[in-house]
Design a protein around this ligand. Sequence first.
Ligand code: SF4
Length: 369
Amino acid sequence: MSLHTPGQPFPARWWHADGDGRLVCDVCPRACALADGEAGSCAVRVRDGNRIVLTTYGRGAGFCVDAVERRPLYHFLPGTPVLCLGTAGCNLTCRSCRVWRPETVARVSGLLEEASPRAAAGLATEWRCSSIAFTYNDPVVYAEYAIAVARAAHVEGLRTIAVTAGFLEPAVRRDFFGVMDAAVIELKVFDEEAHRRYAGGSLHTVLETLTHVAHRQGTWLEVSTVLLPGLNDDPGQLRAMSTWIRRELGPDVPLHFTAPVPASRRTGSHPGSGSLPIPPGDRVGPARAREIALEAGLRYVYASPADVVGGCTTWCPSCGAVLIERGSMIRRYRLTSEGRCPECRTAVPGLFGDRAGEAGAHRIPVRVP
Ligand code: SF4
C-alpha cells in the first residue's frame, strides 16, 4: 500500500548523515553529499531539511504499450505487450545520450503525470499488458517508485522488467532486483577507464550487478550493448566481453548488439572521439560482433537492425533449427509448450508461453486516467 500523498516529495529510503552536516545519498556509487536544497547528480534526489526526497515518486512520463522485444528482451514472453514508463533524470552521464542533460531533465519534468503505483498497474491491466517495463531513463534513480509499482503489478498478476545500466549500490541492488522478473542490463563498454570516461561511472559496479542478477533466482537476465564507433566496437574488446559473460554469467544469457542511433537523431559529442583509440579499420558492426560472441561460446546472440540476416532469430543451439523468427513482430514461433525445440527437444532458457503474444509493430502512447 502506498502512503504517498500525490504532489508531495517522497522520503528517500537510502541515505545517511556524514557527520559533517551533509546528507549522503546511498543509491549509487556517486554518493552525492548534499547541503540543504541541493540536488544530486541525477537531479531528482534532493535534500529537504533533514531528509533526502525523491521528487519523481508517483509521477511518470512516456507511458506507452510496446512489444517486449523492443526493450530488447527476446526470451521473456515473446511477442507480449508491455506497459513502458519512465521518469526524469539519470545517474550516469553517457556522452551519446541526452537523458541526463539538464535541458532534458527540465523538459521531461514538465511532462510528468501523476501515476500512483496502483494506477500504473491498473493501466497495464486495462491495456492487456503482460508486464510493466521501467525504461527510458534509468529506474535506479527512482527505485522507491519502481519497487512500489512492481509490487502493485504483482498484485495484478503482471510481471516486471527493469531496463538499466546497473550502476547502483549493493543494498539497493538487492531490494530493486528482488521485485523484478526480468532485467535488461546495458553493458556499455568493456574497459574500466573507457567506461568511466564515457558514462561517468565504474564498469566494476556494472559487472557486479550483472553477476548478482545472473545468479539470482527469479530474475531473467539479458544483456544489451549498443555498438558505438571507436568506443566499444573493437574485436578484441568484444571477444573479452563475450568470454567474460560466458564464464561469469553463463553461456545461456542472451546478448544483444544494436547499431547506434543515427547521427541526425543524436545530441551531444560523438562518443568515438577521444574515447578509445580504435582505428576505423578495426571496428566491427552488429553482424560481426554477433559472430565473435558466438565464437566465444555464447548460445543466444542477437544483432539488429533487422537487415542483419538472421540476427533477430532464435536458433536451436543443438540442431540449428529456427525457433523464433522476428521482424517488426513475431513471424514464426515454433517452441513447444515446454519451451523446447520441436526437432531435438533441447530446452531453451527463458520464460515462454504456448504461443507468441500479439503485440503490434508500433508502440501505442497511453494516458493514465
Ligand atoms: S542516485 Fe542520484 S543523488 Fe543518489 S548518489 Fe546517485 S546520482 Fe547521487
